[in-house]
Design a protein around this ligand. Structure first.
Ligand SMILES: [Fe+2]
Length: 253
């Protein structure tokens, strides 16, 4: 079985049984598999250094997305960020997110909802609020030799991803997938100037207020690649002993 197939199968098992006591160990298994993923495993060609040394013109899409697979439990795709570009501060409400750098380097800046009750969060989703209070986490950098980045509904769910300096590519697993009809839509945010410092267990903790920004959706700036191979993940998952309630066909972009 190819690495990408093992990864898809483990993602399926992990997120289909999210409520079970085995979820934490399944998530750990998924992370371990993802940590080992390389660009070669998904036939992703490395960037042309001469071409990519040029900062893209502003009208060119800063980010490309290659959809690999989507079912009711998770989606899997590759993001490629051009030199000097970024995916701005956004969230994955009530979702898990795992990403593994395939080439280049990224800096991830994460915020977690403050746990003091002011955020009124339910499973990582803040309802009917245009501003939320978050605690900033340490910036983390990842490249192809480091492990994957894991975000949960409550930890690091608000984040921006910067190419350092780029280009960079990473594989992304989101679970469950975005579904605006189920209140899992992506919002974009800006960090406000207001910063509150409070004593917490003898340490000073910094909080930021993040405000939703109604810019043109960043997704409209994403170039979607349409000719990626299909690994028959649908057939693979369907043949296994774990029978899905419903599995959509793989995305054929
Ligand atoms: Fe994200």
């Amino acid at each position: 079985m190819a690495t990408i197939q093992r990864l898809a199968k483990q993602a399926f098992i992990t997120f289909r049984t999210k409520e079970s006591p085995t979820f934490a160990s399944n998530l750990e298994k998924l992370k371990n598999l993802l940590d080992k993923l390389t660009a070669d495993d998904i036939n992703l060609s490395l960037p042309n250094e001469q071409l990519d040394a040029i900062v893209p013109p502003t009208r060119e899409a800063p980010v490309s997305h290659i959809g690999i697979y989507e079912c009711p439990y998770f989606s899997m795709g590759v993001f490629i960020i051009k030199k000097g570009c970024e995916i701005p501060l956004h969230d994955h409400p009530s979702m898990y997110g795992l990403c593994k750098v395939l080439y280049g380097k990224i800096k991830v800046r994460c915020y977690s909802l403050s746990s003091d009750g002011n955020s009124e969060a339910v499973n990582g989703t803040v309802k009917q609020k245009r501003a939320i209070r978050c605690q900033v986490m340490n910036d983390m950098t990842y490249d192809s030799s480091t492990g994957s980045c894991v975000l949960t509904p409550m930890i690091g769910n608000y984040h921006s991803i910067h190419a350092v300096p780029g280009p960079t590519a990473f594989l992304d697993i989101l679970a469950p997938p975005y579904a605006p009809q189920e209140e899992r839509d992506c919002n974009y945010y800006k960090e406000c100037d207001q910063m509150v410092r409070q004593k917490h267990n003898f340490n000073t903790v910094s909080y930021f207020i993040l405000e939703i920004v109604f810019l043109i959706s960043f997704l409209s700036l994403i170039n979607t690649v349409k000719n990626y191979p299909n690994w028959d993940l649908f057939e693979l998952i369907n043949q296994k002993s774990v029978k899905p309630d419903r599995i959509d066909k793989p995305i054929k972009l």
